[in-house]
Design a protein around this ligand. Sequence first.
Ligand SMILES: O=c1ccc(O)c[nH]1
Length: 347
Amino acid sequence: MAISDLALVEAWKDVLKLSKLTAGEQVSLLVSDDSNPQLVSTARIAVGQLGGILTILQLPPLNGDVALSRDKSGYVGHTALKGNRPALEAMKHSDLVIDTMMLLFSPEQDEILKTGARMLLACEPPEVMLRMKPNADDGRRATNAANRLATAKTMTVTSKAGTDFRCDLGQYPVLKQQGFVDRAGGWDHWPSCFVATWPNEGSSEGTIVIDTGDILLPFKRYAREPIRLTIEGGVIRKIEGGFEAEYLRSYMETFDDPDAYAMAHVGWGLHNRAHWTTLGLYDREAGLSMDARSFMGNFLWSSGPNTEAGGNRDTPCHMDIPLRGCSLSLDGEPMTIDGRVIPADQL
Ligand SMILES: O=c1ccc(O)c[nH]1
């Protein structure tokens, strides 16, 4: 259902205040043909009302002829910013970049963040942006979880469906997502609330079972039958099952890229206004489905790129696969049991 411009302007102001936007700061608003026009028009007003000095950068679209879907997360890391020096320099000289195009996993995003600029990705439908609008308590839960993850040496994940996965941790930084960006050089995504990190290279081992009802992104589908993945040495070696397994194998094969099978970020959802059910209620092309990535207690694992963590694996094939009913532990301490978040400071 539609959202009024007034409500969206007010929401932008709340999120920008949480992101510590102060009068006089330089703000770049990155726009492309796939950006949501209402998000862009209301962001312009909110930035102005908070005294931000606004530059709007409109870039041409890219990848429409090579991606297999319109989902922005379906072909990542290669953007129209590549080789565009005027736009890149403008963002490198900004205090805050609002990204409605999706620079995620691009080397240009890293280059911008290294200058100390803050970056906020914002590309979900306005009604999702409002329903999942971040608040300080999201930041509290995500920070507590991120602090625990930052000291962990091993992650183990099991489930009644048959998942039995483990990896070593510590090589890569923690990805904390709270929906607003309040530190220099930080990146966040409105709307989201989850924590993750990348397994130490080569350390992921075991079995992940995508059970009936688990979600495959960017397919925007609930699996209708189990898919069994075998992971050895940090790489998905086997994808077994019926039609769903064949579909996943076939999609990943189209990229013809061995890096697509590498394990990427692993973590768990902490958003208490996100729902497993919404994926079936929205047009699949409406957004990225941040409900699916963020719902409380999921085990969100992914495959492909690690550029966001400072790695050099920049394959455009990125799967985000949140599972229900998993038990995720760090050094033997449960973070979730059967899909329920356990630590009190994360509730
Ligand atoms: O917000 C996001 C979206 C996709 C992803 O892989 C990580 N974080």
